[in-house]
Design a protein around this ligand. Structure first.
Ligand SMILES: Nc1nc2c(c(CN[C@H]3C=C[C@H](O)[C@@H]3O)cn2[C@@H]2O[C@H](COP(=O)(O)O)[C@@H](O)[C@H]2O)c(=O)[nH]1
Length: 306
């Protein structure tokens, strides 16, 4: 995860459109120091959990499809998590590797109980096939085997996922430099840790190495909290709901500066309280805060990464 940390820090010092405001970080850290944020994983009660390998399979399928809901204004992450849960509850073999390779768009829609085509539906189907095929080829069809081979290291898990599944390679080039974000790979490790409460398949000795998951909700929350400042052009693009191209300077800065800002916030809170805070915990707090604010405006990028 060092490459995520160092490359996003590089963006923040070369950024043209988004600035990290250290006085904003100081303010948030000061208010958080007495009540450290604690949001329960699955606070919404929408995820499948049976404390075994099928949960791992569910979480990998979930995070394979965990991106870009906004083009359909009624669709959200909740529909994905609860639709996949209901699918698995009615058919325990629904996410077997051979079946993942055969799903069609209309079948996926049916799983989510969605009446019209999903955003980027063809990409979602392609990514499901990719995961099914590679699980079968390298891990006996089981996501649990992939996790077992990581030696209780979240960093190993993210690296393994990125090396086996091209759809999880969330990196880009910014001002000539390669920048790593790995949103869906990291959130898979965090979901395991959260669901299994740091035990069994969620036992990672280096969970502190994970950064936040740079999506479209967290940057908007950080801006609202005064931690990120936008140039007038970025502010106007977001206000008008104009799309930002994937890989554009603006888009990379929004995501990378969010990662960097929360790393700084984490250090500061840890210093003020003398207790270790995890980026995963700060992420869940920021994200849960964000989805409860329907008026919060976020950037819009068509992307398979988040
Ligand atoms: N940074 C960050 N981003 C997250 C999540 C989650 C869900 N995590 C689960 C894990 C445990 C909890 O109980 C949560 O249920 C989804 N997202 C992202 O949000 C966006 C969806 O927004 P909307 O269109 O409004 O539904 C989309 O980019 C999606 O990828 C998170 O935790 N952190």
């Amino acid at each position: 995860m060092e490459e995520v940390r160092s490359s996003t820090a590089w963006v923040s010092t070369h950024s043209s459109h988004v600035t990290v405001d250290f006085s904003g970080i100081e303010k948030v850290a000061e208010t958080m120091k007495n009540t450290l944020p604690k949001v329960e994983w699955d606070f919404e009660g929408i995820h499948y959990f049976d404390n075994g390998p099928l949960t791992v399979q569910y979480l990998l399928v979930l995070d394979t499809l965990n991106f870009c809901f906004w083009p359909d204004e009624d669709l959200s992450y909740d529909h994905l998590a609860s639709g996949l849960k209901a699918t698995l509850e009615s058919d325990k073999t629904a996410f077997d590797a051979d079946r993942l390779q055969k799903y069609t768009g209309p079948q996926l829609r049916k799983m989510l109980n969605w009446p019209r085509p999903l955003p980027l539906e063809d990409e979602r189907v392609r990514l499901l096939h990719e995961v099914g095929l590679e699980l079968e080829r390298s891990f006996g069809g089981k996501a649990s085997k992939l996790v077992e081979s990581c030696d209780k290291s979240a960093a190993n898990l993210v690296a393994l996922i990125a090396s086996h599944f091209p759809g999880f390679r969330d990196h880009t080039v910014y001002k000539g430099h390669q920048i790593f974000l790995y949103k869906r790979a990291q959130i898979f490790a965090a979901d395991l840790w959260g669901a299994f409460k740091g035990q069994g398949y969620g036992d990672f000795e280096d969970i502190s190495s994970i950064t936040i998951f740079a999506d479209y909700i967290v940057p908007a929350v950080l801006q609202q909290l005064g931690v990120l400042r936008y140039s007038s052009s970025v502010a106007s693009i977001i206000k008008k709901n104009t799309e930002i191209t994937s890989g554009s300077e603006e888009e990379v800065e929004l995501r990378a500066c969010s990662v960097y800002a929360v790393e700084q916030m984490k250090e500061l809170i840890s210093k003020k309280t003398g207790k270790q805070v995890l980026s995963v915990e700060l992420d869940l707090w920021l994200w849960a805060f964000g989805i409860k604010c329907p008026s919060l405006q976020h950037h819009r990028t068509l992307s398979i990464y988040y």
